[in-house]
Design a protein around this ligand. Structure first.
Ligand code: GLN
Length: 476
């Protein structure tokens, strides 16, 4: 059994194809582990392998099951986005990316815990309780895709889907010692994803290694007529093969990695060591400027709450999930439902967003934030004229103790200082584990221009092999 759990998804698929193990056996091994989950990583686990998963032959992903973040609507299965307001909601349809994975031969293993409506960096904002980090159960797994990250790191799932609005795939991947990839905005359909901030939300993989991330991307990207912001991906995502980084120019943005970023010494050490390794693999490394990037968090915390306040207006006790009735009028029903159904962070964001969009303030807040967003995007465009990729640590810190930042929203928001600029620019970025600091994983982030997924995967793959990170302690 332990042997099965140590395989990457691609390796497990290989074994199934070779007839050494069956898809059902693999599903059952993971199902048992997921059902016995002590990390609170799952909100729902499948009772059995779906009939149509077959024996895994003749389908690209060979029957290797996938865990998906709670906010992906899945027909007949609880899909609650970590919120009490959607408790018990079972949608009548399935998110496109989940359906695509299913069709490619990756059946649904379970739904994973997350921060409520994907708002958070620690998974402590879930209505279904916090998720524990498998490297140290007194610590957070990161967020908001914390359940997906913890499940993959702990070997409770071969691989998982998460979403990233401002770091929620990359940061938990970093804190849990796995790979996380946020694709180019529009590369994957958002249809069936319970929305947080629609101009930022993207689905993407959380995996054991870079090859697995490439496989999930290959089978999830592409235009979907049900999401008008989704794009025709220009080519097939290739599986990474690069042996080295010859000729690759890496830019290190001083504006993010300087004192303002609050990067912990252990994280910086691992980052510097990875840069040295990259140099030995043939990359050139130079400092670069992204002058507006330090303002990304401020812009994000106007744009994301503004969009969230509009997206979350639909949860009114009429259409979905919870209703707190009382014997008064309709407006009282709306407000008692929202009062009881939303947690404190969601309420904070709705208030921020509503305020920012209110008449007379729109230009001062939302309008200004949009201008900053354009500037950030232009900074990246200029940087990519000189560099192939921009690199930073993924998160300024390693996994912190449960409760350490819950009383201080600003400290919590700073976790995404290095991740949010890429989200605002809509560009792809990957986090790979670069080593340990005091026994906790550190993440290394590479970001590239729109649609550079295959090249990013190649570079990350070469680095991954040179780093040789061992994730097995988290599965023990
Ligand atoms: N931590 C950020 C937030 O709370 C990002 C969340 C996300 O990417 N979904 O908004």
């Amino acid at each position: 059994m332990s042997e099965l759990i140590d395989l990457t998804a691609a390796q497990a698929a290989e074994r199934i194809r070779a007839g050494e193990i069956s898809a059902n056996e693999l599903f059952e091994a993971y199902r048992e582990r997921a059902a016995a989950d002590e990390l609170n990583a799952f909100t729902w686990v499948a009772e059995s392998a779906p009939q149509d998963a077959g024996n895994g032959h003749g389908v690209a992903l060979a029957g290797v099951p996938v865990a998906v973040k709670d906010l992906f609507c899945t027909e007949g299965v609880p899909s609650q986005s970590g919120s009490k307001i959607l408790e018990g909601y079972r949608p009548p349809y399935t998110a496109t990316v989940v359906a695509k994975l299913h069709d490619a031969g990756a059946p649904l293993l379970g739904k994973t815990n997350q921060d409520e409506f994907a708002m958070g960096s620690s998974n402590e904002n879930s209505a279904f309780g916090p998720v524990l980090n498998p490297w140290d159960r007194g610590r957070v797994p990161g967020g908001s895709s914390g359940g997906s990250a913890a499940a993959v790191a702990a070997g409770l799932a071969p691989w998982a889907l998460g979403t990233d609005t401002g770091g929620s795939i990359r940061q938990p991947a970093s804190l849990c010692g796995i790979v996380g990839f946020k694709p180019t905005y529009g590369a994957c359909s958002r249809y069936g994803m319970i929305a947080f901030a629609s101009s930022l939300d993207q689905a993407g993989p959380l995996t054991r290694d870079v090859t697995d991330a490439a496989l999930i991307l290959r089978h999830t990207v592409g235009h979907d007529r049900l999401d008008s912001t989704s794009l025709q991906y220009p080519h097939e995502i290739e599986l990474p093969m690069a042996e080295d980084l010859t000729g690759i120019r890496l830019g290190v943005p001083e504006d993010l990695t300087g004192a303002e970023g609050g990067i912990e010494p252990g994280v910086r050490e691992s980052f510097d060591a990875t840069l040295k390794l990259a140099e030995r693999l043939g990359a050139s490394i130079e400092p670069c400027r992204l002058p507006h990037a330090p303002h990304a968090l401020s812009a994000y915390y106007l744009i994301a709450p503004a969009e969230a306040s509009a997206n979350l207006a639909r949860f009114d006790g009429v259409r979905y999930g919870l209703r707190v009735d009382g014997d008064k009028d309709l407006v009282t029903m709306y407000s008692s439902t929202r009062e009881a159904g939303f947690g404190p962070e969601v309420k904070r964001r709705i208030m921020l967003g509503t305020y920012a969009l209110s008449s007379g303030y729109y230009d001062a807040y939302y309008g200004t934030a949009q201008k900053v967003r354009t500037k950030i995007s232009e900074d990246f465009t200029a940087a990519f004229e000189r560099f192939d990729f921009i690199v930073t640590p993924t998160s300024p810190c390693t996994a912190f103790s449960l409760g350490a930042k819950t009383a201080d929203p600003l400290a919590m928001y700073l976790n995404d200082f290095l991740a949010v600029p890429m989200s605002l620019a809509g560009i792809p970025a990957i986090s790979i584990p670069s080593g340990l600091s005091d026994g906790l994983p550190v993440g290394f982030q590479l970001a590239g221009p729109a649609f550079s997924e295959s090249r990013l995967l190649d570079a990350a793959y070469a680095l991954e092999r040179a780093i040789g990170f061992d994730g097995s302690p988290a599965r023990a």
